[in-house]
Design a protein around this ligand. Sequence first.
Ligand code: MG
Length: 185
Amino acid sequence: MSAQEKLIKESILQDHATQLLKQRGVKIEDIASIVYDLQKNYVDDLTMEYCIENVKKVIQKREVQNAIITGIEIDIAAETGAFSDVLSDLLMRDEGLYGIDEILVLSIVNVYGSIGLTNFGYVDKLKPGIIGKLNNEKSEQCNTFIDDIVGALAAAAASRIAHSQPTHDNINQNPKPETSYQGKH
Ligand code: MG
């Protein structure tokens, strides 16, 4: 495959992933607003625009696109009766012990290391914003995978922002010796 063919293929995947999110009622802004809440206490002058930019950067990753497409297409297939009655029932009820949805999206959060994982656990528990809406939605739409996909995208974007911040050591490049080890001895 030539470099150009590879680029075209990547943009097809990205367009398809973005389109699927939109089609299922999730806007980039919905995800960014969760990111904003996750990071607002840690980043000075954090803006929604910066959160949106980071969500978009996360969606540019190939492994992230693969997870979005796979998960959402499983949700859609469950609605159309493509699976056995047993699996359809698990998916349509978002059965509590199913758990494959959370496993699939680890491929999103793992891209950004352990902060991604802890952020995901946090949003998975609290279900803020659109995640809670998707989780509680009483409709014919199967949201078993998409709620975790959204949580993982938000967690990954928040981690991306966290990793781009200066570390404590960078902030205190020249700590005074008398204060830098305060309380450690
Ligand atoms: Mg789920």
